[in-house]
Design a protein around this ligand. Structure first.
Ligand code: FES
Length: 271
């Protein structure tokens, strides 16, 4: 007997078959395009190992990399394509550094739905025939997705670093100031915070395993935090995309400034 006989689940038997009459395929197609483009850009940019810093700005693709100011780079340099001496020349640190945030995104509950639909068609949409027909959910190898709660800790550790880099972007050669790049970096930290703190696993950590929200000061405190996290959680998809796009935009902006293609408007006189 067929796993999805006609009419069961609101769709006809067969991959992408459905009785739906709306444009259900637009979402998965846009997701495949957007995620695919982002991944190609990330791998390309991270493999470069160059143009990751300009003035006091650091690309978020290169966390824990040597900051130009620590390396004593000059103010007039438009290009800071250098590697720390201790790092193997052929391995871009951005590819390694992307492991923790990458694991966090890949195992995120929103992204699972997005890429299952967009890339694997399991199923491509609600009430649409899946591929393979004997879809068994998140079993076998996909059980590794349960590690999301641990990937969350890595993502949480990364946030203070991003704020530190954003803070450093307001100081150049001992002088406080502000530039377009500083604002871009601050927004990057904020969007990533909204995405990270809207995580389902974080919401459980903050407000889960409590039988009574009003019994005591700590449960009441946790209830307040849980409500805030829930608001972010309701918009998790929005913050997932906003932060993803902004990370790439931040990298592109800093790359273009460091290459001299565009000039950053700032109080230090431009670079
Ligand atoms: S569920 Fe999306 S980041 Fe945790």
């Amino acid at each position: 007997m067929a796993a999805n006989p006609t009419g069961v689940g609101g769709h006809e038997y067969g991959y992408a078959k459905t009785t739906r009459t709306d444009k259900w395929w637009v979402g998965p197609a846009a997701t495949a395009f957007g995620l695919g483009l982002w991944l190609i850009y990330y791998v390309w940019s991270a493999a470069q190992g160059d143009y990751y810093a300009a003035g006091p700005y650091m690309s978020p693709f290169y966390p824990f990399y040597l900051h130009p100011s620590e390396a004593g780079m000059g103010a007039s340099d438009a290009f800071f394509g250098m590697n720390p001496a201790w790092w193997p020349a052929l391995i871009s640190p951005a590819l390694i550094a992307g492991f923790a945030p990458g694991a966090f995104r890949i195992t995120c509950y929103y992204y699972r739905k997005a890429y299952y639909r967009a890339f694997f068609g399991t199923p491509p949409g609600c009430a649409v025939g899946a591929r393979p027909q004997d879809y068994r959910g998140e079993t076998f190898l996909l059980v590794f997705q349960n590690l999301h709660r641990y990937a969350l800790y890595g993502a949480l550790l990364l946030l203070p670093y991003l704020y530190w880099e954003a803070f450093q972007s307001f100081r150049y050669h001992g002088e406080w100031g502000v530039g377009v790049g500083s604002i871009v970096m601050v927004l990057n930290s904020v969007f990533l915070t909204f995405y990270t703190l809207g995580c389902h696993a974080w919401r459980h950590l903050v407000g889960g395993q409590l039988n009574c929200f009003s019994c005591g000061a700590v449960p009441r405190l946790r209830y307040g935090a849980w409500k805030g996290v829930s608001r972010l959680n309701e918009n998790h998809m929005k913050w997932a995309w906003t932060s993803l796009i902004w990370i790439a935009f931040t990298d592109i902006y800093i790359r273009l400034v460091s290459m001299g293609v565009i000039t950053d408007l700032n109080t230090w006189g431009g670079f």
